[in-house]
Design a protein around this ligand. Sequence first.
Ligand SMILES: Cc1cc2nc3c(=O)[nH]c(=O)nc-3n(C[C@H](O)[C@H](O)[C@H](O)COP(=O)(O)OP(=O)(O)OC[C@H]3O[C@@H](n4cnc5c(N)ncnc54)[C@H](O)[C@@H]3O)c2cc1C
Length: 575
Amino acid sequence: MLEHDVVIVGGGLAGCRAALEIVRTDPSINLAMVAKTHPIRSHSVAAQGGIAATLKNVDDQDSWEAHAFDTVKGSDYLADQDAVELLTREAPEVVIDLEHLGVLFSRLEDGRVAQRAFGGHSHKRTCYAADKTGHAILHELYNNILQYGVSVYDEWYALRLILEDNQAKGVVMYRLLDGELQVLRAKAVMFATGGYGRVFNTTSNDFASTGDGLSLAAMEGVPLEDMEFVQFHPTGLYPAGVLISEAVRGEGAYLINSQGDRFMAAYAPKQMELAPRDITSRAITTEIRASRGIQLDGQAGGPFVHLDLRHMGREKIMSRVPFCWEEAHRLAGVDAVHQPIPVRPTVHYSMGGIPVNIEGQVRSGAEGLIDNFFAAGECACVSVHGANRLGSNSLLECVVYGRRTGATIARYVQNQKLPEVDEQQYLQAAKDRLQKLLDQSGEYRIDQIRQQLQDCMAEHCGVFRTDEIITEGLTQFKALRDQYPQIRLDDPGKVWNTELIEALELQSLMVVGEVIMTGALQRRESRGAHSREDFPGRDDQNFLQHTLAYYSPAGIDLQYMPVTITLFEPQERKY
Ligand SMILES: Cc1cc2nc3c(=O)[nH]c(=O)nc-3n(C[C@H](O)[C@H](O)[C@H](O)COP(=O)(O)OP(=O)(O)OC[C@H]3O[C@@H](n4cnc5c(N)ncnc54)[C@H](O)[C@@H]3O)c2cc1C
């Protein structure tokens, strides 16, 4: 059995920042990082637009209070305000710390870190490295932790969380290279496993964003919080769905419909293209539904709208958003200096996740914690984003709460002993599970079921939802789930059996998808990214609370948890 003081599952921004904090605090802590990709291939590396912090380099009227207010208003008042206060107060410090670690931020003429406008933010506060911010930060963090001798298990897949008697004890993991199984026990287990964009058919997320951490936790009885809030990013490139960063609108691009109008004037007259993402995604979807979308031949009635950068000029496009230009050119054959980019909403971010307190400790319910279990980043819900995240607040969350959780863990493990784990029992259970999958001789293929499941989620739990549509979706979804025991794999081997991993990931998609739909069905109101056409208003009386979903194969039990309101009383949200 492998033994470490701490195991972090996930090598993205949240995992790496937590790791750095742990080894910086106490270099004698024996730390393992497990990741199914190489850490620098985590989805964080694809983050584009930037990281928010009130450095006041461009706008000296900015303040953490303004950042906190924008975040809470953006969240449609569902964010926990104590968590938002920490996020926004600590932001300048963590960004300067990143700069000291070596992150190459873009600069102003006078050499200070540059800052740009972003949706829902009332001041220019987003720091960036052109439109490759995640790349710049993740590489530098990873370089830094390597210097401390962290044990990195890259391309190992965590397939089970060991949780007994309300105590996390470790993970069971599988090496992609040769199929080796191992039990790893630790005094503290942290999940930083990222999001679940792949539950849907059109997403900006990478192929590894399958919600494994959420599913592993849920299968051991850990609740998942606010999972019905799925962020649709307004500007996914049509048809691929990859992201065209909000930075493009932050730098001045327009959204245009088939009539040539900047239609955001009808939806958010003050903020226009820089309204928050939920509002902008609904606006685009409404335009497309009303036949004011555009077709590939330029006619009206098509499935996308235009993102027009032409007035920005070549120099600004190539210096501020070069990667977006390249993506549009490579994947859609569009030269954005001369042509508008076809865009439509794409699934982008998970507001919900594994519930944690502001120290990163996982909650067992509205009251109470799970021993030795921590989470941060996109897989966690602390909740700073509530019902809708503002752009450039997620990288910030990974860094602020990665650091806080790392600090908590470094203190926590000082008085802990390694837990008792029955290694053989866990190894045998994992072996049996994998062998069963390999032996199945059913009629279904993984990609068939996955595609149907992703289509079902997109159709039945999209930008606009109703009772009828979600109920029908859940029925279809359960029928697909019942086909899982009849999937057939082609590869019986041990070496790089990616098909086996896809089968495990499909199970994650199924658990997460069902939790999302069940939460969405029960939340009979419209708040942030969750928009119910049959309940169009926000209902603070009944639903100003967090959903906690307890998964079991027999069904999902929903409970609710109060929202922490300390700074700003809920008001109507207008932009
Ligand atoms: C295209 C794109 C652009 C974005 N741009 C921005 C931006 O400009 N600003 C911003 O604030 N936010 C942005 N976001 C959101 C932000 O990048 C993410 O929310 C954040 O990076 C998530 O980091 P993380 O550390 O939580 O997870 P990730 O970076 O997703 O890392 C997850 C890790 O978990 C590992 N893992 C998962 N499952 C398993 C398993 N079963 N076993 C072992 N390992 C596992 C993976 O290998 C990986 O190492 C963007 C997102 C996308 C998709």
